[in-house]
Design a protein around this ligand. Structure first.
Ligand code: NAD
Length: 442
């Protein structure tokens, strides 16, 4: 089989590479010629564990190729996956200009039957628009070519994207066509040998499923953050509460970790886009509006603790920040809580020295010389007034506190992810502030 994957970001590149791994011939297309040049020269523009090995293997086998020429990629293709970005528009709704731009390009060039599957996260009704845009271009050309559209939302998690794609919990396909179902079933069969389901449904339900999934996960995070904030006020410990509720299978122990709020390229924009969709249909999604408000507030909680500790005066103080990416195992800093905390510290007249195991390049690209970048985590803490832990990378979990107490100006840690043990830090005479836990003060 042969497919085309349009968009070589986190979703497109991982999908294309993993499809190639099953023996399919894959052409990955992007408008960004620098990205394509890198990919044609053996350089992967994103960090994703496990991606490099299978990318190299499939490029060598000639099953994975990269181009900026979409028309060329359509030749003999059985299916095309649209995996371009859908960033938020000014009003929070998903901007479909890239998706519909690709659809028009397809309509201008398609000459045989294929399935056009949308992998980008798109609002209800988009697949219909994709179909109309392709048909409109075909009509302009005055030719008749059969094609089907399908919605195929992607559920991979950055940081574990390759494994998620190779061993998915489920594949969701929205399509009204039996012929398209057959093509999609064949393409996904190798990934479902573990018995996990391929769920076919109508297109509208499939488009809704992706937003419902991300909104549910965002809701869990905002819920536990609210509980954490109340725990602090009443003197409870959110870590005990989390364990107490998470063992109930109806609740589950995943996604109930208190912290500095959710970020990334998906949850913030998808929650906003679903709120907009509902508004357009004159329905107010009250829960999700609260989820968003709670999350925006949560991104400031760690900064507020710092400000309070230093009696409202951060002028000239230096803070070490461990972790810049929005979560571990990715270099993605889109909507990262670290960015909000950094902006607030800088606005208060403080300096920041940051370190992240993989997001240093991305940090420099986004922040320029606004902050200093350390060569490792200990380097960041030299003469710092406090350490702020913002992303829970595994290598930050058991630091050498004896070294830290020598390097830091003050023995104080603000832990935005609750990864340290308050008792241990109390014994070591550190002041320690976490989320939803009793502070340790000396
Ligand atoms: P990304 O920003 O990393 O990549 C998008 C790519 O599309 C870019 O390389 C861009 O140059 C390219 N592009 C834009 N217009 C194009 C065009 N006309 N032709 C060819 N290429 C074009 O985005 P991403 O994180 O991979 O997300 C893509 C989509 O998948 C979004 O809708 C997102 O919501 C969804 N999604 C993302 C994730 C995730 O974890 N990142 C997970 C599931 C779903």
């Amino acid at each position: 089989m042969k497919i085309s994957v349009v968009g070589t970001g986190y979703v497109g590149l991982v999908s294309g590479t993993c499809f190639a791994e099953t023996g399919i011939n894959v052409t990955c297309v992007d408008v960004d010629d620098k990205k394509i040049e890198k990919l044609n020269n053996g350089i992967i523009p994103i960090y994703e564990p496990g991606l490099e090995d299978i990318y190299k293997k499939n490029v060598e086998k000639g099953r994975l190729v990269f181009t900026t020429n979409l028309a060329e990629s359509l030749e003999n293709a059985d299916a095309l996956f649209i995996a371009v970005g859908t960033p938020p528009d000014e009003d929070g709704s998903a901007d479909l200009k890239y998706v519909l731009g690709v659809a028009r390009e397809i309509g201008k060039n398609i000459d045989h039957y294929m399935v056009i599957a949308t992998k980008s996260t798109v609002p209800v009704g988009t697949s219909k628009k994709v179909k109309e845009a392709i048909q409109d271009e075909l009509d302009k050309r005055g030719v008749k070519v059969a094609f089907d559209v399908a919605s195929n939302p992607e559920f991979l998690k950055e940081g574990n994207a390759v494994q998620d794609f190779l061993k998915p919990d489920r594949i969701v396909i929205g399509t009204e066509s039996k012929r398209a179902q057959k093509v999609m079933k064949r393409l996904y069969k190798p990934f479902l040998l573990n018995g996990h389901p391929i769920v076919f449904m109508d297109i509208t339900s499939s488009e809704m499923t992706k937003y419902a999934a991300n909104s549910m996960l965002a809701t869990k995070i905002s819920f536990i953050n609210e509980i954490a904030n109340l725990c602090e006020i009443v003197g409870a410990d959110v870590e005990s509460v989390r364990k107490g509720i998470g063992s109930d299978p109806r609740i589950g122990n995943k996604f109930i970790y208190a912290g500095t709020g959710y970020g990334g390229s998906c949850f913030p924009k998808d929650v906003q886009a679903l709120i907009r969709t509902a508004d357009e249909h004159k329905y107010s999604l009250e829960i999700l509006k609260a989820v968003e408000r709670v999350n925006n507030r949560q991104k400031s909680v760690l900064f507020d603790k710092v400000l309070n500790y230093f009696d409202g005066d951060l002028k000239g103080k230096k803070f070490a920040m461990w972790g810049l990416s929005f979560k571990p195992k990715t270099d993605d800093m889109r909507e990262a809580p670290a960015l909000v905390i950094i902006e607030k510290l800088l606005a208060a007249g403080a300096k920041v020295c940051g370190y992240d195991p993989v997001a240093m390049e991305e940090g420099k690209r986004i922040l320029g010389d606004k902050i200093e970048f350390a060569k490792d985590e200990y380097d960041a803490t030299i003469d710092a007034d406090a350490l702020l832990l913002v992303t829970e990378w595994p290598e930050f979990r058991i630091p050498n506190f004896r070294v830290l107490e020598k390097l830091l100006k003050n023995k104080v840690i603000f832990d935005g992810r609750n990864i340290y043990d308050p008792e241990e830090l109390a014994e070591l005479s550190f002041d320690y502030f976490a989320i939803g836990r009793k502070p340790v003060k000396h």
